[in-house]
Design a protein around this ligand. Sequence first.
Ligand SMILES: [Zn+2]
Ligand SMILES: [Zn+2]
Length: 318
Amino acid sequence: MRAITLSNTTLSSRTDYPAPSPREGEVLVRVLRAGVCETDLQLIKGYMGFSGVLGHEFVGIAESGKFKGQRVVGEINCSCWACPTCEAGAPSHCPNRTVLGILNHDGAFADYIAVPQKNLHVVPDGMPTDVAVFTEPVAAAFQIPAQMTIHRHDRIVVLGDGRLGNLCAQVLAHLSKDVTLVGKHQEKLALLGRRRDIKTALLNDFPAKRDVDIVVDCTGSPTGLPTALKVVAPRGTIVLKTTVAGEQTLALAPVVIDEVTILGSRCGPFDRALTALDTDEVDVLPMISARYSLDQGVAALEHARTKPSLKVLIDVES
Ligand SMILES: [Zn+2]
Ligand SMILES: [Zn+2]
């Protein structure tokens, strides 16, 4: 089959890659559409030392199992369901897990991907495939209200005008009446123009007044957390949504003095994300910047790496 593979930071477009043989509990999914994510770009730089087929955001058709013949999306953590962490109800933290396209499991930039049946969710009938491919990042945004209570009057700032920042701002604006997306790119901030409930500001113009109750760092940059510390109010919360490869040095005394809570936040609820996409709670189509065929998958990743873009899609089968 065709596949975009990574081996020691070398990307290849293959036509002779062996189709996955599903492990116990897994079903084969024929991929229709996949999305390029910032994590894919980090993996290419060597993050996690991943080798194999890239890609973890996808929509496909289940070839077997109880959803056979239906369009599905899949959660990315493949957990063992037998260890104490899984039994305690935190399978996304399973120490034995593999992760689609990220850790010891081939991903979705290919004609086929093997996915645990348990991970699959059926895509609602009327939902365009281009919308459904955003389920994984929208779910990640919904992890924030799953982890903490958001109040109507909370002043919220989302740092980073990329795809995840955009989605977090959209999700949080349904819960708080005071959400501001802060970024460096006027054209990316403008994409939220139709959402009158979200304010936008350029980073250089945004005052560091230390009066923000919740700061969400979606910058993917080592500068995100220090910036968040400059704007968060005493007893406020900083939510870290993006992983930054490498180590970071910063003064943590303000965290103690101001009793700031720092909350890490990763994968979220797919059911909630599908409902939000189905009812237009979040608007995703304006974020599609480019699309490539699977044969041009290497060019798709190159586009995402080098050109300003919010979402690059790979049409595996159109
Ligand atoms: Zn991703
Ligand atoms: Zn487990």
